[in-house]
Design a protein around this ligand. Structure first.
Ligand code: PLP
Length: 366
């Protein structure tokens, strides 16, 4: 095997149960983008087994894939393009988000005897999807023939809990929700919190939270706290087999552009994963963990491979496993480290792991 991502489903279950308990309410497990690169179907099943009451995805296609896999739990899709097949969404019992009058009209037009289940999306300060000024123009007619089951919004700065914008968004949310209530739709499921808010702001939990990154055991922001601080367990270990080990003298240029030279006589290891597999080409200061030691990247990451400096005394040989990232408990790099090394965040590291990397499921990685 060249490279594989080993996903510990017991960690996912642990994280879901813990977040659900922290929130004190229902939990929607966010499984968009192939469950943040961890694998849509196995993760969804694990999350439901651990007590998630709903699954959340961005795209209608993702929701349909869940139904095709036989998953019957409630599903919310919140980024359904205009012109999508809303009829099949309704037939497949997929809850739809709507954040504009135009979107509501389209859903109304697709409704038959079976009413569409809709969650109204509000823009309370994220300035992305959702009703903003148009909310004032909304009338009950816009909701006729639709089963309004939920109302939600999204925090822009929940990973900075002391920022006043969180409080402002929460107040705005409450104000906007009261308009829906005035139309005679009381007791709809309100949901606002992502992982960061779930971990830090239980006052915003309402009837449901939408947790993504934390169910994968990753912190929403390293400045907020580590996985360990929050008691969540990173579910993925990314590893690869060493392709080749070679001795080279000091001053040997490595890779495209000869961007780096060896600084000593050393052993280099070639790893068959590259930027096409999600290894960031810009990563500086990351590497792999092998035989209990860290070996840093040397030279540029190529499409399918990169090179690490194993050090002159390394006993590594081709075929040995290297850990690209894991939970960090043995000293290996983490997805947080790779995020920092590439000017990005753990979210981007795990979601960009490419389709050539096999996903392997286990109850225990370590
Ligand atoms: C992705 C997403 C989430 C999950 O965010 P995390 O920070 O991963 O918990 C929640 N809600 C919406 C609308 C999203 O798009």
């Amino acid at each position: 095997m060249r490279a594989e991502a080993i996903v510990d489903l017991s960690a996912i279950k642990h994280n879901v149960a813990l977040l659900k308990e922290k929130s004190g309410t229902n939990l929607l497990a966010v499984v968009k983008a192939d469950a943040y690169g961890h694998g849509l179907i196995p993760v969804s099943k694990a999350a439901l087994e651990a007590g998630a009451s709903m699954l959340g995805v961005a795209l209608l296609e993702e929701a349909i894939s869940l139904r095709e896999a036989g998953i019957t739990a409630p599903i919310l899709a919140w980024l359904v393009q205009p012109g999508s097949d809303f009829k099949s969404a309704i037939e497949n019992d997929i809850d739809l988000a709507a954040g504009s009058i135009k979107a509501l009209k389209e859903i109304q037009a697709a409704s038959t005897d079976k009413k569409a289940r809709v969650h109204i999306e509000l823009d309370t300060g994220m300035t992305r999807g959702g009703f903003l000024h148009e909310w004032d123009a909304l009338t009950p007619t816009d909701l006729e023939g639709i089963d309004v089951v939920g109302i939600f919004s999204h925090f822009a700065r929940a990973d900075e809990p002391s920022e006043i914008q969180n409080q402002e968004q929460l107040s705005r949310f409450n104000e906007m929700v009261s308009k829906l209530e005035s139309f005679g739709f009381p007791n709809r499921i309100r949901h606002l919190s992502n992982s960061a808010a779930t971990l830090t702001n239980p006052a915003a939990s309402f009837e449901m939270v939408r947790a993504g990154i934390a169910i994968y055991g990753l912190t929403p922001d390293v400045a907020m706290g580590s996985s360990k601080d929050f008691g969540i367990r990173p579910a993925m270990q990314l590893r690869a087999a060493l392709y080749l080990v070679k001795d080279v003298p000091a001053g040997t240029p490595v890779g495209y552009g000869a961007s780096e030279l060896t600084t000593r006589d050393t052993k280099l290891g070639v790893i068959t994963m590259g930027y096409a597999d999600g290894i960031p080409r810009v990563a500086k200061g990351a590497g792999v963990w092998i035989n209990g030691e860290r070996a840093p990247i040397i030279g540029r990451v190529s499409m399918d491979q990169f090179v690490v400096d194993l050090g002159p005394d390394s006993k590594a040989k081709s075929g040995d496993w290297v850990v690209v990232f894991g939970n960090g408990s043995h000293g290996e790099f983490t997805a947080d480290d790779w995020g920092a090394a590439s000017g990005s965040i753990n979210y981007e590291i795990v979601t960009r792991i490419g389709p050539r990397v096999s996903r392997i499921y286990t109850a225990h990685v370590y």
